[in-house]
Design a protein around this ligand. Structure first.
Ligand SMILES: [Zn+2]
Length: 386
């Protein structure tokens, strides 16, 4: 996304976000450089920097160089300048974390409510956020992002079957989250949130195009290009678990037969594992996983496929090993710099960080075509400088 400021009066909140985003992307960076990048005058940028510095969102450091006059300030984000809450709701329970501006998890809590109903969930989330707020030291808590299994708004697939939250049908999730926490609230499906978290803070940081294969209770995925998950027309792209890979196979909750996630998913492991054992399940899942990866590579041509999710780390590692060697595909080429298949950063933090980053970007980042400020805008309400 190109960052350009606007000279229109209503654009002031937008310009603050533009400048903050330029510092996030390019910091440490000097103000003259920011002005060049965003197309605003140095004076306007200097005013905005003073405001967001007063809010504690950035910090400056003078380079030690021997020249006359004071050297220019180099500006970076202040990681402890603001916080957001990331929440992940699955049929297995609720996880929540307080995340700082740099994406570090400052505090995390897990509630084993299975499956969590909406009433209980929002009550508990409200309680957790109250606790997190006490840990921010009075700094800005910008909002809350909630990730949950998708797809959304598909009659025969949303809130249907064991990998979804069946009792959440018709719940106005963002509104309820905002009511429960008093924060600006954002909702996303968990695989897209995980892909976002992985691209900002995990294995996806060092590649520009990767496919994130997400083991929730079901199986999903998202192609991420330059930090942006490809979402499709309705935001439901990536329901790879419902690729019918086994002709005339097991009946899936979506109504089709032989869907991948009936065989390769945490739900499949929990159902089949106790019957045939862990090793046998991995051996059974591996050929289908290989086919899925080859299909992904041929469709999207990613630099690498990253596997992660809420499945335990040992089982994910075992699946990655069992998928080797991979059959040929467009990814099977000389001169590769990344392996075809990679594990995500260990642990289950990608979803929580991704969910929190929804709140950071929703409140603090410039959005294309939106130049007005959201309600309770921290960059507007708390700054008084023109
Ligand atoms: Zn299906």
């Amino acid at each position: 996304m190109s960052l350009r400021g606007t000279n229109q009066e209503f654009g002031r909140p937008y310009n603050r976000r533009i400048v903050l985003e330029a510092i996030r992307q390019h910091g440490p960076v000097e103000r003259a450089e920011i002005a060049r990048r965003v197309g605003l005058t140095v004076q306007t940028v200097a005013n905005i920097i003073r405001e967001i510095e007063e809010l504690g969102l950035i910090s400056g450091e003078r380079a030690h160089k021997k020249s006359r006059g004071s050297p220019p300030m180099s500006l970076t984000l202040n990681p402890q300048g603001a916080y957001a809450v990331g929440v992940h709701v699955t049929p297995l329970g609720i996880e929540a974390a307080l995340v700082d501006l740099a994406g570090a998890i400052v505090a995390a809590r897990r509630l084993d409510i299975s499956p969590p109903g909406p009433e209980e969930s929002f009550r508990e989330i409200g309680r957790l956020v109250k606790g997190f707020r006490a840990q921010t030291g009075g700094r800005l808590l910008v909002g809350a992002g909630l990730a949950m299994p998708g797809p959304f708004d598909v009659e025969s697939m949303s809130f249907v079957g064991p990998t979804t939250l069946e009792s959440w049908r018709g719940v106005a999730v963002a509104q309820r989250l905002s009511d429960a926490t008093g924060l600006a609230a954002f909702v996303e499906n968990d695989m897209a949130a995980a892909a976002l978290g992985e691209s900002l803070h995990g294995a996806g940081r060092n590649v520009s195009a990767f496919y994130y294969l997400y083991f929730g209770l079901g199986l999903g995925g998202a192609m991420v290009k330059d930090g942006v998950p490809l979402r499709g027309f309705h935001g439901n792209a990536g329901e790879i678990g419902h690729m019918p890979l086994v002709p005339d196979g097991q009946l899936c909750s979506c109504g089709n037969k032989g869907c991948l996630e009936r065989y390769v998913s945490l739900e499949a492991f929990q159902r089949r594992g106790p019957v045939i054992g862990r090793r046998a399940w991995i051996a059974e899942a591996a050929p289908l996983l290989r086919n899925a990866i080859v299909t992904i590579e041929n469709l999207f041509d990613p630099e690498t496929v990253v596997i992660g999710g809420i499945m335990d780390d040992g089982l994910l590692d075992a699946l990655v090993s069992a998928a080797d060697p991979l059959p040929t595909s467009v990814a099977d080429r000389k001169g590769r710099t990344a392996p075809r298949l990679m594990r995500s950063a260990p642990g289950q933090n990608a979803v929580l960080r991704g969910a929190a980053s929804l709140a950071f970007s929703g409140v603090l980042s410039p959005r294309l075509g939106q130049t007005d400020a959201p309600a309770n805008d921290p960059l507007f309400a708390r700054s008084r400088v023109a």
